[in-house]
Design a protein around this ligand. Sequence first.
Ligand code: KIV
Ligand code: ZN
Length: 519
Amino acid sequence: MTKDKVLIFDTTLRDGEQSPGATMTHEEKLEIAELLDEMGVDIIEAGFPIASEGDFKAVSEIAERAKSSVICGLARANYKDIDRCWEAVKHAKAPRIHTFIGTSPLHRAIPNLNQDEMAERIHDTVTHARNLCDNVQWSPMDATRTEEDYLCRTVEIAIKAGATTINIPDTVGYTAPVESADLIRMLISKVPGADEVIFATHCHNDLGMATANSLAAVEGGARQIECTINGLGERAGNTALEEVVMALKVRGDIMPYTTGIDTRKIMNISRRVATVSGFPVQFNKAIVGKNAFAHESGIHQDGMLKNSETFEIMRPEDVGLAGTSLPLGKHSGRAALRAKLSELGFDLADNQLNDVFVRFKDLADRKKEVYDDDLMALVYQNDSGDDRLKLKWLRVVCGTEGPQTAEMVMTIDGKDVNTSATGDGPVDATFNAVKALFPHGARLQLYQVSAVTEGTDAQATVSVRMEEEGRIATGQSADTDTVVASAKAYINALNRLLVRREQSEPGYDVKGVSYKDSA
Ligand code: KIV
Ligand code: ZN
Protein backbone atom coordinates (compact mmCIF):
# COMPACT_ATOMS: atom_id res chain seq x y z
CA MET A 1 0.00 0.00 0.00
CA THR A 2 1.33 3.45 -0.85
CA LYS A 3 1.72 5.83 2.07
CA ASP A 4 -0.92 8.20 0.71
CA LYS A 5 -3.71 5.64 0.26
CA VAL A 6 -6.33 5.57 2.98
CA LEU A 7 -8.23 2.30 3.39
CA ILE A 8 -11.98 2.58 3.85
CA PHE A 9 -13.40 0.14 6.40
CA ASP A 10 -17.18 0.16 6.37
CA THR A 11 -19.03 -1.03 9.46
CA THR A 12 -22.62 -0.20 8.45
CA LEU A 13 -23.55 -3.87 8.82
CA ARG A 14 -22.02 -4.16 12.31
CA ASP A 15 -21.70 -0.87 14.19
CA GLY A 16 -24.41 0.77 12.04
CA GLU A 17 -26.83 -2.06 12.49
CA GLN A 18 -26.35 -1.78 16.26
CA SER A 19 -28.36 1.45 16.35
CA PRO A 20 -31.76 0.77 17.92
CA GLY A 21 -34.30 -0.06 15.23
CA ALA A 22 -31.79 -0.31 12.38
CA THR A 23 -31.98 -4.08 12.14
CA MET A 24 -31.78 -5.33 8.55
CA THR A 25 -33.03 -8.59 7.12
CA HIS A 26 -30.64 -11.22 5.78
CA GLU A 27 -31.35 -10.29 2.14
CA GLU A 28 -30.90 -6.60 2.87
CA LYS A 29 -27.51 -7.25 4.47
CA LEU A 30 -26.38 -9.22 1.42
CA GLU A 31 -27.55 -6.45 -0.86
CA ILE A 32 -25.79 -3.69 1.09
CA ALA A 33 -22.59 -5.77 1.22
CA GLU A 34 -22.72 -6.18 -2.55
CA LEU A 35 -23.14 -2.43 -3.04
CA LEU A 36 -20.22 -1.73 -0.68
CA ASP A 37 -18.04 -4.21 -2.53
CA GLU A 38 -18.98 -2.68 -5.88
CA MET A 39 -18.25 0.86 -4.72
CA GLY A 40 -14.70 -0.09 -3.74
CA VAL A 41 -14.83 -0.37 0.05
CA ASP A 42 -11.55 -1.99 1.11
CA ILE A 43 -12.84 -3.80 4.19
CA ILE A 44 -16.46 -4.63 5.05
CA GLU A 45 -17.21 -5.42 8.67
CA ALA A 46 -20.13 -7.71 7.96
CA GLY A 47 -21.33 -8.44 11.49
CA PHE A 48 -20.69 -9.99 14.88
CA PRO A 49 -20.88 -13.75 14.23
CA ILE A 50 -21.22 -14.91 17.85
CA ALA A 51 -24.18 -12.57 18.44
CA SER A 52 -26.74 -14.79 16.75
CA GLU A 53 -27.31 -17.49 14.21
CA GLY A 54 -28.63 -14.74 11.89
CA ASP A 55 -25.47 -12.67 12.19
CA PHE A 56 -23.30 -15.75 11.65
CA LYS A 57 -25.18 -16.69 8.48
CA ALA A 58 -25.05 -13.16 7.12
CA VAL A 59 -21.29 -12.84 7.68
CA SER A 60 -20.66 -16.30 6.15
CA GLU A 61 -22.70 -15.60 3.07
CA ILE A 62 -21.24 -12.15 2.56
CA ALA A 63 -17.78 -13.72 2.90
CA GLU A 64 -18.59 -16.31 0.24
CA ARG A 65 -19.98 -13.74 -2.20
CA ALA A 66 -17.53 -10.83 -1.83
CA LYS A 67 -15.57 -10.13 -4.99
CA SER A 68 -12.92 -7.62 -3.94
CA SER A 69 -13.42 -6.40 -0.38
CA VAL A 70 -11.77 -7.94 2.66
CA ILE A 71 -14.55 -9.42 4.84
CA CYS A 72 -14.20 -8.88 8.53
CA GLY A 73 -16.16 -10.14 11.54
CA LEU A 74 -16.12 -8.81 15.09
CA ALA A 75 -15.16 -10.89 18.13
CA ARG A 76 -14.74 -10.10 21.81
CA ALA A 77 -11.50 -11.07 23.53
CA ASN A 78 -12.26 -14.75 24.07
CA TYR A 79 -11.55 -17.93 22.11
CA LYS A 80 -15.21 -18.84 21.57
CA ASP A 81 -15.98 -15.52 19.87
CA ILE A 82 -12.81 -15.65 17.80
CA ASP A 83 -13.42 -19.24 16.66
CA ARG A 84 -16.98 -18.42 15.67
CA CYS A 85 -15.82 -15.33 13.82
CA TRP A 86 -13.23 -17.34 11.92
CA GLU A 87 -15.84 -19.96 11.01
CA ALA A 88 -17.90 -17.19 9.41
CA VAL A 89 -15.20 -15.23 7.58
CA LYS A 90 -12.90 -18.04 6.50
CA HIS A 91 -14.77 -18.55 3.21
CA ALA A 92 -13.83 -15.07 2.01
CA LYS A 93 -11.10 -14.53 -0.57
CA ALA A 94 -9.61 -12.14 1.97
CA PRO A 95 -10.84 -12.73 5.55
CA ARG A 96 -10.11 -10.63 8.64
CA ILE A 97 -10.78 -11.20 12.34
CA HIS A 98 -11.40 -8.06 14.38
CA THR A 99 -11.07 -8.61 18.10
CA PHE A 100 -11.46 -5.97 20.81
CA ILE A 101 -11.51 -5.30 24.53
CA GLY A 102 -12.28 -2.15 26.52
CA THR A 103 -8.99 -0.83 27.91
CA SER A 104 -10.04 2.34 29.76
CA PRO A 105 -10.43 2.23 33.56
CA LEU A 106 -14.23 2.30 33.23
CA HIS A 107 -14.21 -0.61 30.81
CA ARG A 108 -11.58 -2.65 32.66
CA ALA A 109 -13.83 -2.57 35.69
CA ILE A 110 -16.64 -4.46 33.96
CA PRO A 111 -14.90 -7.81 33.45
CA ASN A 112 -12.98 -6.92 36.63
CA LEU A 113 -9.51 -7.36 35.15
CA ASN A 114 -6.49 -5.45 36.38
CA GLN A 115 -3.98 -4.05 33.90
CA ASP A 116 -1.75 -7.15 33.96
CA GLU A 117 -4.63 -9.57 33.61
CA MET A 118 -6.01 -7.62 30.69
CA ALA A 119 -2.58 -7.48 29.05
CA GLU A 120 -2.37 -11.26 29.26
CA ARG A 121 -5.86 -11.63 27.80
CA ILE A 122 -4.88 -9.40 24.86
CA HIS A 123 -1.74 -11.42 24.22
CA ASP A 124 -3.59 -14.74 24.32
CA THR A 125 -6.56 -13.75 22.21
CA VAL A 126 -4.63 -11.91 19.51
CA THR A 127 -2.20 -14.85 19.29
CA HIS A 128 -5.17 -17.20 18.97
CA ALA A 129 -6.74 -15.07 16.22
CA ARG A 130 -3.45 -14.82 14.35
CA ASN A 131 -3.02 -18.61 14.44
CA LEU A 132 -6.31 -18.83 12.55
CA CYS A 133 -6.03 -15.88 10.18
CA ASP A 134 -3.20 -13.83 8.65
CA ASN A 135 -5.20 -10.65 8.83
CA VAL A 136 -6.04 -9.61 12.40
CA GLN A 137 -7.33 -6.27 13.61
CA TRP A 138 -7.19 -5.39 17.28
CA SER A 139 -9.07 -2.54 18.99
CA PRO A 140 -8.66 -1.12 22.49
CA MET A 141 -12.26 0.00 22.99
CA ASP A 142 -12.56 3.46 24.58
CA ALA A 143 -8.92 4.12 23.60
CA THR A 144 -9.38 7.88 23.87
CA ARG A 145 -10.13 7.55 27.61
CA THR A 146 -7.39 4.99 28.29
CA GLU A 147 -4.23 6.03 30.19
CA GLU A 148 -1.54 6.83 27.59
CA ASP A 149 1.07 4.45 29.04
CA TYR A 150 -1.36 1.59 29.29
CA LEU A 151 -2.63 2.21 25.77
CA CYS A 152 0.95 2.03 24.44
CA ARG A 153 1.58 -1.13 26.41
CA THR A 154 -1.54 -2.90 25.06
CA VAL A 155 -0.90 -1.80 21.48
CA GLU A 156 2.65 -3.14 21.72
CA ILE A 157 1.38 -6.48 23.05
CA ALA A 158 -1.20 -6.76 20.25
CA ILE A 159 1.43 -6.01 17.60
CA LYS A 160 3.85 -8.56 19.07
CA ALA A 161 1.04 -11.14 19.17
CA GLY A 162 0.48 -10.68 15.45
CA ALA A 163 -2.14 -7.97 14.92
CA THR A 164 -1.76 -6.44 11.45
CA THR A 165 -4.12 -3.48 11.99
CA ILE A 166 -4.45 -1.48 15.19
CA ASN A 167 -7.71 0.40 15.42
CA ILE A 168 -8.01 3.28 17.87
CA PRO A 169 -11.69 3.79 18.72
CA ASP A 170 -13.16 6.96 20.11
CA THR A 171 -16.02 4.85 21.38
CA VAL A 172 -17.97 7.63 23.08
CA GLY A 173 -17.19 10.47 20.66
CA TYR A 174 -15.14 12.28 23.31
CA THR A 175 -12.02 13.31 21.47
CA ALA A 176 -11.35 16.50 19.48
CA PRO A 177 -9.45 16.83 16.18
CA VAL A 178 -6.10 18.01 17.60
CA GLU A 179 -6.10 15.22 20.17
CA SER A 180 -7.11 12.66 17.60
CA ALA A 181 -4.11 13.49 15.40
CA ASP A 182 -1.74 13.66 18.37
CA LEU A 183 -2.87 10.31 19.74
CA ILE A 184 -2.09 8.42 16.52
CA ARG A 185 1.16 10.33 16.09
CA MET A 186 2.17 9.50 19.67
CA LEU A 187 1.39 5.77 19.22
CA ILE A 188 3.31 5.57 15.94
CA SER A 189 6.34 7.27 17.41
CA LYS A 190 6.43 5.47 20.76
CA VAL A 191 5.23 1.90 20.26
CA PRO A 192 7.87 -0.56 19.05
CA GLY A 193 6.75 -2.27 15.83
CA ALA A 194 4.20 0.47 15.01
CA ASP A 195 5.69 1.01 11.57
CA GLU A 196 4.85 -2.57 10.62
CA VAL A 197 1.10 -2.25 11.11
CA ILE A 198 -1.67 -0.05 9.82
CA PHE A 199 -3.30 2.31 12.29
CA ALA A 200 -7.03 2.83 11.95
CA THR A 201 -9.39 5.42 13.35
CA HIS A 202 -12.96 4.66 14.50
CA CYS A 203 -14.87 7.72 15.66
CA HIS A 204 -18.34 8.16 17.09
CA ASN A 205 -20.23 11.37 16.65
CA ASP A 206 -21.51 12.29 20.12
CA LEU A 207 -20.11 15.83 19.86
CA GLY A 208 -20.56 16.08 16.10
CA MET A 209 -16.80 15.78 15.51
CA ALA A 210 -16.51 12.24 14.13
CA THR A 211 -15.61 13.16 10.56
CA ALA A 212 -13.18 15.89 11.64
CA ASN A 213 -11.59 13.50 14.16
CA SER A 214 -11.17 10.78 11.53
CA LEU A 215 -9.52 13.16 9.07
CA ALA A 216 -7.26 14.52 11.80
CA ALA A 217 -6.25 10.95 12.67
CA VAL A 218 -5.18 10.52 9.05
CA GLU A 219 -3.01 13.62 9.42
CA GLY A 220 -1.52 11.91 12.47
CA GLY A 221 -0.65 8.81 10.44
CA ALA A 222 -3.76 6.60 10.42
CA ARG A 223 -4.27 4.86 7.08
CA GLN A 224 -7.64 3.24 7.65
CA ILE A 225 -10.87 5.10 8.37
CA GLU A 226 -13.76 3.19 9.90
CA CYS A 227 -17.13 4.57 8.93
CA THR A 228 -20.74 3.83 8.01
CA ILE A 229 -23.06 4.90 5.23
CA ASN A 230 -25.05 7.99 6.30
CA GLY A 231 -23.11 7.88 9.60
CA LEU A 232 -25.51 5.21 10.83
CA GLY A 233 -24.71 3.99 14.32
CA GLU A 234 -25.59 3.99 18.00
CA ARG A 235 -26.45 7.30 19.67
CA ALA A 236 -25.26 10.08 17.32
CA GLY A 237 -23.72 7.53 14.96
CA ASN A 238 -20.31 7.04 13.38
CA THR A 239 -18.09 8.85 10.92
CA ALA A 240 -20.03 8.99 7.63
CA LEU A 241 -18.30 7.25 4.73
CA GLU A 242 -19.55 9.79 2.21
CA GLU A 243 -18.20 12.70 4.26
CA VAL A 244 -14.65 11.46 4.68
CA VAL A 245 -14.38 10.20 1.13
CA MET A 246 -15.68 13.43 -0.42
CA ALA A 247 -13.62 15.59 1.96
CA LEU A 248 -10.48 13.76 0.82
CA LYS A 249 -11.51 14.12 -2.80
CA VAL A 250 -12.49 17.80 -2.70
CA ARG A 251 -9.67 18.95 -0.40
CA GLY A 252 -6.87 16.91 -1.92
CA ASP A 253 -4.88 20.16 -1.94
CA ILE A 254 -4.43 20.03 1.84
CA MET A 255 -5.13 16.33 2.45
CA PRO A 256 -3.22 14.50 -0.29
CA TYR A 257 -4.62 11.02 0.30
CA THR A 258 -6.60 8.81 -2.03
CA THR A 259 -9.28 6.19 -1.48
CA GLY A 260 -10.47 3.48 -3.83
CA ILE A 261 -14.12 4.53 -3.58
CA ASP A 262 -16.21 5.12 -6.70
CA THR A 263 -17.95 8.21 -5.38
CA ARG A 264 -20.65 8.04 -8.08
CA LYS A 265 -22.15 5.15 -6.19
CA ILE A 266 -22.61 7.15 -2.98
CA MET A 267 -26.14 8.44 -3.51
CA ASN A 268 -27.57 5.07 -4.41
CA ILE A 269 -26.18 3.24 -1.41
CA SER A 270 -27.09 6.11 0.90
CA ARG A 271 -30.72 5.90 -0.17
CA ARG A 272 -30.74 2.15 0.04
CA VAL A 273 -29.31 2.16 3.58
CA ALA A 274 -31.82 4.81 4.62
CA THR A 275 -34.64 2.61 3.39
CA VAL A 276 -33.58 -0.73 4.77
CA SER A 277 -32.44 0.66 8.12
CA GLY A 278 -35.53 2.84 8.53
CA PHE A 279 -33.28 5.82 9.35
CA PRO A 280 -34.14 8.60 6.87
CA VAL A 281 -31.33 10.99 5.97
CA GLN A 282 -31.81 14.47 7.41
CA PHE A 283 -32.46 17.03 4.66
CA ASN A 284 -29.39 19.12 5.41
CA LYS A 285 -26.94 16.23 5.85
CA ALA A 286 -23.61 16.84 4.11
CA ILE A 287 -23.26 15.17 0.70
CA VAL A 288 -26.35 12.94 0.79
CA GLY A 289 -29.09 15.17 2.26
CA LYS A 290 -31.95 16.18 -0.01
CA ASN A 291 -30.83 19.82 0.22
CA ALA A 292 -27.10 19.21 -0.20
CA PHE A 293 -27.30 20.38 -3.84
CA ALA A 294 -30.49 22.45 -3.67
CA HIS A 295 -30.40 26.22 -4.13
CA GLU A 296 -33.35 28.31 -3.24
CA SER A 297 -32.37 31.89 -2.55
CA GLY A 298 -32.40 34.23 -5.54
CA ILE A 299 -28.75 35.18 -5.21
CA HIS A 300 -27.69 31.55 -5.08
CA GLN A 301 -29.89 30.54 -8.02
CA ASP A 302 -28.60 33.43 -10.06
CA GLY A 303 -25.00 32.52 -9.27
CA MET A 304 -25.61 28.86 -10.09
CA LEU A 305 -27.05 29.71 -13.49
CA LYS A 306 -23.95 31.74 -14.34
CA ASN A 307 -21.36 29.35 -12.90
CA SER A 308 -22.19 26.36 -10.70
CA GLU A 309 -18.88 26.71 -8.87
CA THR A 310 -20.16 29.87 -7.21
CA PHE A 311 -22.13 27.83 -4.69
CA GLU A 312 -21.08 24.22 -5.24
CA ILE A 313 -17.74 22.75 -4.21
CA MET A 314 -18.48 19.43 -5.91
CA ARG A 315 -20.69 18.39 -8.78
CA PRO A 316 -23.90 16.45 -8.07
CA GLU A 317 -22.75 13.88 -10.65
CA ASP A 318 -19.64 13.19 -8.53
CA VAL A 319 -21.82 11.56 -5.88
CA GLY A 320 -24.15 9.88 -8.37
CA LEU A 321 -26.93 12.43 -8.53
CA ALA A 322 -28.32 12.51 -12.04
CA GLY A 323 -28.64 16.03 -13.46
CA THR A 324 -32.17 17.39 -13.60
CA SER A 325 -34.18 15.62 -16.25
CA LEU A 326 -37.76 15.48 -17.40
CA PRO A 327 -40.31 13.66 -15.25
CA LEU A 328 -42.19 10.60 -16.54
CA GLY A 329 -45.98 10.58 -16.92
CA LYS A 330 -48.78 8.12 -17.38
CA HIS A 331 -48.03 7.64 -21.09
CA SER A 332 -44.43 6.65 -20.46
CA GLY A 333 -43.75 3.02 -21.28
CA ARG A 334 -41.58 0.27 -19.90
CA ALA A 335 -38.56 1.26 -22.05
CA ALA A 336 -38.65 4.85 -20.79
CA LEU A 337 -38.93 3.59 -17.23
CA ARG A 338 -36.00 1.22 -17.69
CA ALA A 339 -33.88 3.98 -19.24
CA LYS A 340 -34.73 6.40 -16.43
CA LEU A 341 -34.01 3.84 -13.72
CA SER A 342 -30.71 2.98 -15.30
CA GLU A 343 -29.84 6.70 -15.38
CA LEU A 344 -30.58 6.74 -11.64
CA GLY A 345 -28.24 3.81 -11.10
CA PHE A 346 -30.75 0.94 -10.89
CA ASP A 347 -30.23 -1.98 -13.23
CA LEU A 348 -33.24 -4.11 -12.45
CA ALA A 349 -33.86 -7.69 -13.50
CA ASP A 350 -36.94 -8.15 -15.74
CA ASN A 351 -39.23 -9.37 -12.95
CA GLN A 352 -38.19 -6.48 -10.67
CA LEU A 353 -38.79 -4.02 -13.52
CA ASN A 354 -42.26 -5.50 -14.02
CA ASP A 355 -43.12 -4.98 -10.34
CA VAL A 356 -41.89 -1.40 -10.41
CA PHE A 357 -43.73 -0.78 -13.69
CA VAL A 358 -47.05 -1.86 -12.14
CA ARG A 359 -46.46 0.46 -9.19
CA PHE A 360 -45.35 3.25 -11.56
CA LYS A 361 -48.54 2.99 -13.65
CA ASP A 362 -50.64 3.03 -10.52
CA LEU A 363 -48.82 6.14 -9.29
CA ALA A 364 -48.92 7.88 -12.69
CA ASP A 365 -52.71 7.46 -12.74
CA ARG A 366 -52.90 9.44 -9.54
CA LYS A 367 -50.05 11.89 -10.01
CA LYS A 368 -49.45 14.01 -13.10
CA GLU A 369 -45.69 13.96 -13.09
CA VAL A 370 -43.54 11.20 -11.66
CA TYR A 371 -40.16 12.61 -10.59
CA ASP A 372 -36.86 10.82 -9.96
CA ASP A 373 -37.48 10.83 -6.21
CA ASP A 374 -40.93 9.28 -6.77
CA LEU A 375 -39.36 6.50 -8.80
CA MET A 376 -36.76 5.83 -6.17
CA ALA A 377 -39.48 5.57 -3.54
CA LEU A 378 -41.22 3.01 -5.77
CA VAL A 379 -38.06 0.97 -6.25
CA TYR A 380 -37.43 0.97 -2.53
CA GLN A 381 -40.91 -0.13 -1.52
CA ASN A 382 -40.36 -2.66 1.17
CA ASP A 383 -43.09 -5.26 0.79
CA SER A 384 -41.88 -8.71 -0.07
CA GLY A 385 -43.81 -11.68 -1.45
CA ASP A 386 -43.11 -13.60 1.76
CA ASP A 387 -44.83 -11.16 4.09
CA ARG A 388 -47.38 -12.78 6.41
CA LEU A 389 -49.46 -9.62 6.69
CA LYS A 390 -50.66 -7.58 3.72
CA LEU A 391 -52.99 -4.64 3.27
CA LYS A 392 -55.65 -5.47 0.72
CA TRP A 393 -58.15 -2.66 0.93
CA LEU A 394 -58.69 0.44 3.02
CA ARG A 395 -61.32 3.15 3.25
CA VAL A 396 -61.12 5.91 5.83
CA VAL A 397 -63.73 8.42 6.88
CA CYS A 398 -62.28 11.56 8.39
CA GLY A 399 -63.05 15.26 8.79
CA THR A 400 -64.40 17.64 11.36
CA GLU A 401 -67.17 15.27 12.39
CA GLY A 402 -65.81 12.29 14.34
CA PRO A 403 -65.39 9.53 14.96
CA GLN A 404 -62.80 8.91 12.28
CA THR A 405 -63.29 5.40 11.01
CA ALA A 406 -61.17 2.92 9.06
CA GLU A 407 -62.68 -0.02 7.20
CA MET A 408 -59.99 -2.51 6.27
CA VAL A 409 -59.33 -5.82 4.58
CA MET A 410 -56.02 -7.50 5.30
CA THR A 411 -54.60 -10.78 4.05
CA ILE A 412 -53.09 -12.65 6.96
CA ASP A 413 -51.26 -15.88 6.17
CA GLY A 414 -53.11 -16.03 2.87
CA LYS A 415 -56.61 -15.51 4.33
CA ASP A 416 -58.66 -12.32 3.92
CA VAL A 417 -60.06 -10.79 7.11
CA ASN A 418 -61.90 -7.49 7.57
CA THR A 419 -62.91 -5.06 10.24
CA SER A 420 -63.90 -1.50 10.99
CA ALA A 421 -62.32 0.58 13.75
CA THR A 422 -62.49 4.13 15.06
CA GLY A 423 -59.70 6.28 16.44
CA ASP A 424 -58.44 9.69 17.30
CA GLY A 425 -57.83 10.74 13.70
CA PRO A 426 -57.56 8.68 10.50
CA VAL A 427 -54.11 7.23 11.18
CA ASP A 428 -55.07 6.16 14.70
CA ALA A 429 -58.27 4.54 13.36
CA THR A 430 -56.20 2.72 10.71
CA PHE A 431 -53.66 1.42 13.21
CA ASN A 432 -56.53 0.31 15.48
CA ALA A 433 -58.00 -1.65 12.57
CA VAL A 434 -54.67 -3.43 11.99
CA LYS A 435 -54.50 -4.20 15.70
CA ALA A 436 -58.03 -5.58 15.71
CA LEU A 437 -57.23 -7.89 12.79
CA PHE A 438 -53.81 -8.87 14.08
CA PRO A 439 -53.69 -8.43 17.87
CA HIS A 440 -50.15 -7.81 19.12
CA GLY A 441 -48.30 -6.29 22.05
CA ALA A 442 -45.85 -4.20 20.04
CA ARG A 443 -45.53 -0.56 21.05
CA LEU A 444 -45.33 2.24 18.48
CA GLN A 445 -42.09 4.15 19.16
CA LEU A 446 -41.96 6.45 16.16
CA TYR A 447 -44.30 7.62 13.43
CA GLN A 448 -42.81 9.97 10.86
CA VAL A 449 -44.17 11.34 7.59
CA SER A 450 -42.32 13.25 4.90
CA ALA A 451 -43.15 14.30 1.36
CA VAL A 452 -41.03 12.79 -1.44
CA THR A 453 -41.47 15.78 -3.76
CA GLU A 454 -43.21 19.14 -3.68
CA GLY A 455 -46.92 19.65 -4.36
CA THR A 456 -50.13 18.45 -2.76
CA ASP A 457 -50.12 15.31 -4.91
CA ALA A 458 -46.66 14.35 -3.64
CA GLN A 459 -46.08 10.85 -2.35
CA ALA A 460 -45.72 10.64 1.40
CA THR A 461 -43.06 8.35 2.81
CA VAL A 462 -43.94 7.06 6.23
CA SER A 463 -41.54 5.46 8.72
CA VAL A 464 -42.84 3.52 11.68
CA ARG A 465 -40.74 2.06 14.48
CA MET A 466 -42.21 -0.62 16.75
CA GLU A 467 -40.89 -2.33 19.86
CA GLU A 468 -41.86 -5.70 21.32
CA GLU A 469 -40.05 -7.24 24.29
CA GLY A 470 -36.80 -5.45 23.47
CA ARG A 471 -36.96 -6.30 19.77
CA ILE A 472 -37.21 -3.26 17.53
CA ALA A 473 -38.25 -3.12 13.88
CA THR A 474 -38.92 -0.29 11.48
CA GLY A 475 -41.22 -0.23 8.49
CA GLN A 476 -41.51 2.20 5.60
CA SER A 477 -43.85 2.82 2.73
CA ALA A 478 -44.73 5.50 0.20
CA ASP A 479 -48.04 6.45 -1.37
CA THR A 480 -49.82 9.59 -2.54
CA ASP A 481 -52.38 8.77 0.15
CA THR A 482 -50.70 9.43 3.50
CA VAL A 483 -53.06 7.12 5.38
CA VAL A 484 -52.45 4.22 2.98
CA ALA A 485 -48.68 4.80 3.29
CA SER A 486 -49.11 4.81 7.09
CA ALA A 487 -51.04 1.53 7.07
CA LYS A 488 -48.46 -0.13 4.82
CA ALA A 489 -45.51 1.14 6.89
CA TYR A 490 -47.16 -0.10 10.10
CA ILE A 491 -47.81 -3.52 8.54
CA ASN A 492 -44.27 -3.59 7.15
CA ALA A 493 -42.88 -3.00 10.67
CA LEU A 494 -45.10 -5.79 12.04
CA ASN A 495 -43.89 -8.19 9.35
CA ARG A 496 -40.33 -7.40 10.31
CA LEU A 497 -41.09 -7.93 13.99
CA LEU A 498 -42.55 -11.31 13.13
CA VAL A 499 -39.32 -12.25 11.36
CA ARG A 500 -37.36 -11.11 14.40
CA ARG A 501 -39.63 -13.11 16.72
CA GLU A 502 -38.88 -16.23 14.70
CA GLN A 503 -35.14 -15.54 14.75
CA SER A 504 -35.17 -14.87 18.47
CA GLU A 505 -33.15 -16.93 20.83
CA PRO A 506 -31.42 -15.97 24.08
CA GLY A 507 -28.75 -13.41 23.26
CA TYR A 508 -30.02 -13.00 19.71
CA ASP A 509 -29.78 -9.28 19.68
CA VAL A 510 -26.33 -7.88 19.17
CA LYS A 511 -27.25 -5.09 21.59
CA GLY A 512 -27.84 -7.76 24.21
CA VAL A 513 -24.36 -9.22 23.94
CA SER A 514 -22.50 -8.05 26.98
CA TYR A 515 -19.01 -8.02 28.33
CA LYS A 516 -19.85 -10.56 30.99
CA ASP A 517 -19.92 -13.27 28.33
CA SER A 518 -16.39 -12.43 27.31
CA ALA A 519 -14.63 -14.21 30.18
O1 KIV B 1 -16.85 2.03 19.12
C1 KIV B 1 -16.14 1.05 19.39
O2 KIV B 1 -15.28 1.07 20.27
C2 KIV B 1 -16.36 -0.16 18.62
C3 KIV B 1 -15.37 -1.27 18.82
C4 KIV B 1 -16.00 -2.62 18.82
C5 KIV B 1 -14.30 -1.16 17.79
O3 KIV B 1 -17.25 -0.23 17.81
ZN1 ZN C 1 -18.05 1.81 17.33
